[in-house]
Design a protein around this ligand. Structure first.
Ligand SMILES: *Cc1c(COP(=O)(O)O)cnc(C)c1O
Length: 473
């Protein structure tokens, strides 16, 4: 494809995306295809001769779109959002356009230096501590995901702890994201499960202290604890400060997983979620690709002291040796992540921050929080529903009530209600379990969602609930 051909097709692609986003509401939110249907509709063999690019666009519309679940649909509430935005898409496109592989500073200095600036900007926007800035011994880096961030943090923690991995321990709770357990499995470290408070589902720092003391007494090395601010299931907030005090007493690395909610700290009224981070966190991760308008994937990890991470991950084969690396004056982000290669990741986050400004980002978060409040207020006013009081961010957990039912029957009915609503195509929600009860989850925060969508989502929930009741369920 010549640059001139690219110009023509590139414009078609941008038009296609603009048309898609402009008319996204005409699609059912959740794809309705059966397993294997998309595969069956695609040719089993690659073409021998090149085809016009129009064929790709035609198949995208006719064959693939039915198999798409529309994450940017204003009625998508099922999982934490994976926000996309115009500047995010364009920044990604520019990154593809430059086609840079920025594994080393020397392989594209701007790729590294823009990233340094942008993660420092984001740290400032979120009110994160000075020691996470690149000006000191620490700094930030863009990872593909929070899962990678946890693994990198764990490897750094184990490096600092030293010793035999089987004699180290990692502390999480039942509400910690599964990626921590996976990171521990990859790293070969045993995991301890810290109790949570039955109501708030927040980690019990007292129990953490007991477990750590027991391990120390047994001659083991407590290597890392993970505190979560905004858990995936219910957005529970672990007491970072109390957990940090325990960690500090025993030299345990404290990783704070704020994958979803961390970005909400752009708003001063939500900055309480950073409490204890400045004093105690060794590493901190949040995902602009969830609720901060930056297309997937973009997760940021900050670390207070990059030395153990670089010690854990750095290798220098002959073919990567260069004078800039040897000078020690530059950052090579390949030493801050699992893969070697990396695209020009900072461009899309930079585009997003510049387009919206701090003010625009705050407005976006506040809209999500407001939509959650609007929905919760409607559900709370209805005697047929129970709403979890804890909803500081964009997630509302609630459940329908059916009088005189056992917990098991109740749960089955709640799941049936969810299925009926999702089958409507107008919206998509999900569920989780709190104790023995199934509860429904509605996550607000899509830039396409407006108050009218919140209202019609509530009406649909109410309507299906009523229909189930009157059908004699
Ligand atoms: C979403 C989420 C993750 C995982 O994020 P990925 O970027 O998909 O790996 C980790 N922790 C929490 C609290 C999350 O909500």
């Amino acid at each position: 494809m010549t640059p001139e051909e690219f110009r023509v097709h590139g414009k078609q692609v941008v038009d296609w995306i603009a048309d898609y986003l402009g008319s996204i509401e005409k699609h059912p939110v959740r794809s309705r295809v059966e397993p294997g249907a998309i595969r069956a509709a695609l040719p089993a063999h690659p073409p021998e001769r090149g085809e016009p690019f129009e064929n790709v666009l035609a198949d995208l519309g006719d064959v693939l779109l039915p198999g798409i679940t529309h994450w940017q649909h204003p009625g998508f509430f099922a999982y934490f959002p994976a926000n996309s935005s115009g500047p995010g898409i364009l920044g990604d496109l520019l990154s593809s356009g430059l086609g840079v592989q920025g594994m080393l500073w020397a392989t594209s200095p701007a790729c590294t230096e823009l990233e340094t600036v942008v993660v420092d900007w984001l740290a400032e926007l979120l009110g994160l501590p000075e020691r996470f800035r690149t000006t000191g011994s620490g700094g930030g880096v863009i990872q593909g995901s929070a899962s990678e961030a946890s693994l990198v943090a764990l490897l750094a923690a184990l490096e600092r702890a030293g010793g035999d991995r089987q004699e180290c321990a990692v502390y999480v709770s039942s509400q910690t994201h599964s990626s921590l357990e996976r990171a521990a499995r990859i790293a070969g470290v045993p995991v301890r499960s810290v109790r949570v408070d039955q109501d708030s589902l927040a980690m019990d720092a007292g129990h953490l202290a007991e477990l750590v003391a027991d391990d120390v007494a047994a001659g083991l090395v407590p290597a890392m604890a993970c505190a979560t601010t905004g858990t995936t299931s219910t957005t529970a907030v672990d007491p970072v400060r109390k957990i940090g005090e325990v960690c500090a007493r025993h030299g345990v690395w404290l990783h704070v997983d704020a994958a979803y909610a961390g970005v909400s700290a752009v708003c001063p009224e939500l900055r309480w979620i950073n409490d204890g981070v400045a004093e105690y966190a060794d590493s901190y991760a949040t995902n602009p690709h969830k609720w901060l308008l930056t297309n997937f994937d973009c997760g940021v990890l900050w670390i207070a002291d990059s030395a153990p991470m670089v010690a854990a991950l750095s290798t220098l084969p002959e073919y990567l040796r260069n004078s800039a690396t040897s000078s020690g004056e530059v950052v090579d982000y390949r030493d801050w992540q699992i893969p070697l290669g990396r695209r020009f990741k900072a461009l899309k986050l930079w585009s997003v921050i510049r387009w919206y400004g701090a003010e625009g980002l705050r407005g976006h978060i506040r809209t999500g929080v407001r939509h959650a409040a609007e929905f919760a207020t409607l559900a709370e006013a209805d005697p047929g529903f129970e709403v979890r009081a804890h909803r500081p961010f964009g997630l509302v957990c609630f459940r329908p009530l059916w009088a005189g039912r056992s917990e098991v029957e109740h749960n089955a009915l709640t799941l049936e209600l969810m299925e009926r609503i999702n089958a409507s195509g107008a919206m998509y929600l999900s569920h989780t379990k709190v104790g023995d009860s199934v509860v429904l989850r509605m996550a607000f925060g899509s830039p396409a969602t407006e108050s009218r969508h919140v209202l019609s989502a509530w009406r649909r929930v109410r309507e299906e609930y009523e229909r189930m009741g009157s059908a004699g369920n």
